[in-house]
Design a protein around this ligand. Structure first.
Ligand code: ATP
Length: 323
């Protein structure tokens, strides 16, 4: 192998740049040429490859987002798209690819690996929904951003004796909401994995008020059936009967763009370098992630499209702590 490429795909996550930097510098240390693919799989289909040297990735370890850009690309999911991508890689003399991204992106990586191309994935998504990595690049920073918002809202909630609802990201996976709820001392948490009806939530808030709490913070995952919009509507319509309303804050994309914290920078650096090491060892079709504190590789067959269940003990912990 003498030439590899690296791309970032799916939603951007803080730490992606640190991972790109690690892949480039570790690849160059192997004596290889490294190219960056702009705009994920879409850029791969379009042949948007740029050379990346050690200086090109200087000063990016602390930057959120991804210098390569990311995109969602439906065309890549088709057999024609796959062949086009393989054609571009061959024409540019690329022999190995590192895919930095979440669950969907790793399914894309697996498509290329199955076609015989050398591909290694790097686990990066703020959703933390990837089997093969207990924690993925970007989660810790996103969690800290959510916490900062929750802490601030709590001050106002206490001062005005009000209930606040904070919606955090997480389409299918409530990890971010659950952890932000526990770390932020939320009175209630609503996640896709454990749905709560609006009435049950209202009851929970009511009893917490009866227990002497002067404020209430509810953390909701955007993918929950009763998300911020649905709950706000319910509480508005029933305000008279319930005796209180809910002030809603949707953090949305604010959670993505922050400068990566120490944890994400270190994780990204370790995983990026490991991806290169695996390619150099002739491995393909694996995802590098962190399992039980150590860097580990998992077959992409066991990753893409599979879910990572939340630890039920954490639900119980959240409930006990909100008493
Ligand atoms: P995040 O969840 O953090 O946003 P993700 O990697 O899960 O990241 P997706 O939008 O699911 O984001 O996927 C990103 C891209 O990966 C898609 O736009 C598509 O190009 C590619 N991809 C997803 N699923 C497949 C698939 N089954 N086959 C081929 N490519 C896929």
């Amino acid at each position: 192998m003498s030439h590899i490429a690296v791309l970032t795909s799916g939603g951007d996550a803080p730490g992606m740049n640190a991972a790109i930097r690690a892949v480039v510098r570790a690849g160059i240390a192997q004596g290889w040429t490294v190219s960056g693919v702009r705009h994920g799989f879409a850029g791969l289909l379009g042949g948007e490859l740029i050379p990346l040297g050690p200086r090109d990735v200087g000063g990016i370890i602390q930057q959120g987002g991804t210098i390569l850009g990311s995109a969602r690309c439906e065309a890549f999911k088709t057999p024609v798209g796959r062949e086009q991508a393989l054609g571009v890689l061959k024409a540019r003399g690329v022999q190995g690819l590192v895919v930095i991204g979440g669950n969907g992106s790793q399914m894309g990586a697996n498509v290329l690996a199955k076609a015989g191309f050398a591909v290694v994935g790097v686990a990066s998504t703020i959703d933390n929904d990837l089997p093969g990595s207990d924690i993925t690049i970007g989660v810790d920073t996103a969690l800290n951003i959510a916490l900062e918002a929750i802490d601030r809202l709590k001050v106002t909630a206490s001062s005005h004796e009000r209930a606040f609802l904070v919606e955090v990201m997480g389409r299918d996976c409530g990890y971010l909401a659950l952890m932000a709820g526990i770390a932020g001392g939320a009175e209630a948490i609503v996640i896709p994995e454990m749905e709560t009806s609006p009435e049950a939530l209202a009851q929970e808030l009511y009893t917490s008020r009866e227990r002497g709490k002067k404020h209430a913070i509810v953390v909701v995952a955007e993918g929950a059936r009763h998300n911020a919009r649905a709950l706000a509507q319910y509480f508005r319509e029933n305000e008279k009967r319930l005796g209180f309303d809910l002030r809603v804050t949707q953090l949305g994309h604010v959670q993505r763009g922050g400068s990566p914290g120490a944890f994400d920078r270190l994780l990204a650096t370790r995983l990026g370098a490991e991806a290169v090491r695996r390619l150099a060892a002739g491995e393909t079709g694996v995802l590098v992630g962190q399992l039980k504190g150590a860097v580990a590789a998992t077959p992409l067959d066991d990753v893409g499209g599979k879910s990572k269940p939340l630890d039920p003990a954490l639900f119980a912990l959240a409930r006990t702590m909100s008493s």
